[in-house]
Design a protein around this ligand. Structure first.
Ligand code: NAP
Ligand code: MG
Length: 502
């Protein structure tokens, strides 16, 4: 990459204004406030390793304050008195504000997370906006049922009520989209929320917090606490005043959330966790399309996607053609800072995550797997950031960590298969079950694969497509609960059954 392309970006005036208003504070009860301890932390630009802003570090005492504010807003004041239609209007208004500030928010996302500006602006922003609009519609459609019981002289009906105070803990790979996946249904259902963005990427959530106030959400309905997993996230998940925690992140932290819920008030939890998703190319597939599809299934967002198609199974007759095609595609992917023109993928989010990914690559090599392309950190102009090129492995056994552990980087292992039973057993041979893909022209084979693969989402002749209307979540240790679609309403409501003696 030429030096000029790697120069610091010319930011928009509004982005610069937001960045300059440092240190960033916590949103509690409708007010921006410093952490009680006065502590802050720096959020870094992963393209350069340089600090972007100082952000308040919420401790247990701040969690306490936020829970109190969210409880008050849930029990009294304007929020519980609003109709579903009125909540829907607020969500719709928020979507409009996101649209109005989309260029600024896209810049913040690229600065903080590293992804290409084009991806932020044309991918993440519209996705988040669509999400708020979709759930704005649901807010006025939370119906119960009348229940025909056999007991005489009783009239029975159900109502859907909000859970109460919801803690929303999200990762750094899609900061604004992850916030939208949780905030939109939680608020549509009438909960009050405490959002904890990832330590690596707090900026877009903080700007979103400002926009919730501008949209007119009453004080305490949306609270935002920035800080690390411990203490901020841990205090939220252990707090007896939190009724529900919705979490997206690693399976390891998911276990801790579950334990914290069990050890406190049995709060409701929903977990969207890791994956090691199989993607299958059958010999009858459209090879050009499937090779491109398999490339982006794993390398988009530099592989930092829970659904990354990181295990690519290829039917033997086309194995070499696919490996060669994949390597040719990988060679064309431009890796660089998110603000450079024509970049396809950006850096890994942090030095720590970079080292984790490089560790996986090194262990794969030591175990005897072959690196077909990539495999080394990029230097030169990119040495200051956390860049890894698309990396392709072959000759890796299914039991290797390379094929069992989530890497969360641009790394794929390609292996051949001979027959159906072998394929199915191998595709299902990890502890995860988040997503799966298959490429074939044979319709019945496609349906048979969708039926036998143990995954919450199956893509046939496509990969990584999402829509707010389509439920998403994991099988096995990839978690439970479904976000998006009508099913997400179940995560944020509880059913009350009312018996009327006639
Ligand atoms: P992570 O360490 O699990 O963190 C996720 C969130 O949990 C962050 O906000 C983190 O805070 C917080 N956290 C960490 N320790 C905690 C604790 N003890 N109690 C409460 N909260 C805690 O995962 P990550 O490194 O950010 O993201 C990568 C992982 O997330 C991958 O495994 C990936 O598969 C998974 N992921 C899953 C999905 C999905 O939809 N299923 C989507 C995206 C990512 P800090 O980061 O601030 O410390
Ligand atoms: Mg950052």
């Amino acid at each position: 990459m030429a030096a000029a392309e790697n120069a610091p970006p010319q930011l928009r005036a509004d982005t610069q204004t937001f960045l300059n208003s440092t240190p960033k504070q916590l949103l509690i009860g409708g007010e921006w406030q410093p952490a009680l301890s006065g502590q802050t932390f720096a959020t870094l630009n992963p393209a350069t390793g340089q600090p972007l802003a100082e952000v308040a570090l919420a401790g247990e005492a701040d969690v306490e304050r936020a829970v109190a504010a969210a409880r008050t807003a849930f029990e009294s004041g304007p929020w519980p008195a609003l109709s579903g239609a009125e909540r829907g209007e607020l969500l719709w208004k928020l979507a409009g504000l996101l649209e109005q500030h989309a260029d600024e928010l896209a810049e913040l996302e690229t600065l903080d997370n590293g992804k290409p500006l084009r991806t932020s602006r044309l991918g993440d922003l519209p996705t988040a906006i669509k999400h708020f609009r979709y759930y704005a519609g649901w807010a006025s459609k939370l119906e119960g049922a009348t229940v025909p019981v056999s007991v005489p002289n009783q009239f029975v009906y159900t109502v859907r009520e909000p859970m109460g105070v919801a803690g929303l803990i999200i990762p750094w790979n899609f900061p604004l989209v992850m916030a939208a996946w949780k905030l939109a249904p939680a608020l549509a259902c009438g909960n009050t929320v405490i959002l904890k963005p990832a330590e690596e990427t707090p900026l877009s959530a903080l700007r979103l917090g400002e926009l919730t106030l501008e949209a007119g959400f009453p004080p305490g309905v949306v609270n935002i606490l920035t800080g690390p997993g411990v203490p901020t996230g841990a205090a939220l998940s252990a707090h007896p005043g939190v009724d529900k925690v919705a979490f997206t992140g690693s399976t390891e932290v998911g276990r801790k959330i579950m334990a914290a819920a069990a050890g406190s008030n049995l709060k409701r939890i929903s977990l969207e966790l890791g994956g090691k998703s199989p993607n299958v190319i059958f010999a009858d597939a459209d090879l050009e399309k499937s090779i491109k599809g398999a490339t982006w299934a794993v390398f988009s967002t530099s592989g930092q996607e829970c659904v990354a198609g990181s295990r690519l199974f290829v039917e033997k007759p086309v194995f070499q053609a696919v490996v060669d095609g994949l390597a040719a595609q990988a060679a064309r992917i431009r890796v660089g800072p998110g603000f450079a023109p024509k970049v396809h993928i950006g850096p890994i989010v942090s030095e720590k995550q970079l080292q984790t990914v490089l560790g996986h690559i090194e262990r794969g090599r030591q175990a005897g797997a072959t690196v077909v392309s990539g495999g080394e950190r990029l230097g030169g102009d990119l040495a200051g950031g956390y860049f890894i090129p698309p990396t392709i492995f072959t000759h890796a056994g299914d039991s290797l960590p390379l094929l069992q552990e989530e890497i969360f980087g641009p790394v794929v292992a390609v292996t051949p298969f001979d027959d159906w039973d072998e394929l199915v057993a191998r595709a299902n041979s990890t502890r995860y079950g988040l997503a799966a893909g298959a490429w074939t022209r044979d319709l019945s084979k496609a349906h048979r694969f969708a039926k036998v693969v143990k995954a919450g989402t199956v893509w046939i002749n496509s990969y990584g497509v999402f829509d707010p209307a389509a439920p998403f979540g994991g099988y096995k240790e990839s978690g439970f609960g479904r976000e998006m679609g009508r099913e997400a309403l179940d995560l944020y409501t509880q059913t009350k059954t009312v018996w009327i003696g006639l």
